[in-house]
Design a protein around this ligand. Structure first.
Ligand SMILES: [Zn+2]
Length: 166
């Protein structure tokens, strides 16, 4: 969690935590590290979010979801996209990584390791089912453009890997 977030009113955080990435319902946008800042300005909550990568169609949905989540709590909200600094997978919280694995999605590696994994050069993506590193890339595109499809050679389960998109 970034320093700015610590200053956000607890109520605002609670509401933001009810909004999740439409592609990964178990991961709130707070745990995903997408929320940069949020503050009350008069009676409007101003929320700044950084897209996981530019052009991610999920971001429009997230913006609308944030506004409706605040509306449901009787608050008005405004969403602003902040493109710099760019989102990195380091911003996913520890809680978020756990949620991903529970959901059967392997957490992203660092940017360099990510490239190796997506080229199929190295066995570094951990199977979220059994923890084995004996996994192979099946397709660079999984169920959505933000994920790649892997398969575990030990438990034979296919699984999504959340790509480190820049
Ligand atoms: Zn496995």
């Amino acid at each position: 969690m970034t320093d700015e977030l610590l200053h956000i009113d607890q109520k605002i955080i609670e509401i933001l935590k009810t909004v999740s990435d439409p592609e990964i319902p178990v991961l709130s946008i707070v745990d995903m590290g997408v929320v940069r800042a949020a503050k009350m300005n008069d009676d409007v909550v101003e929320v700044q979010i950084t897209p996981t990568y530019s052009g991610c169609p999920a971001m429009d949905v997230i913006g609308d979801d944030i506004i409706s989540a605040f509306n449901q709590n009787g608050l008005k909200a405004k969403v602003e996209l902040v493109l710099s600094p760019a989102w990195t997978t380091d911003w996913i919280t520890a809680e978020g990584r756990k949620a991903l694995e529970k959901y059967g999605i392997a957490s992203p590696l660092s940017a360099d390791a990510d490239k190796e994994a997506l080229l199929g050069n190295k066995k570094i993506v951990k199977c979220p089912q059994c923890g084995s590193l004996n996994t192979k890339l099946v397709s660079q595109f999984g169920s959505t453009a933000c994920k790649a499809l892997f398969q575990c050679d030990d438990c034979l389960e296919p699984f999504d890997y959340f790509k480190c998109l820049k």
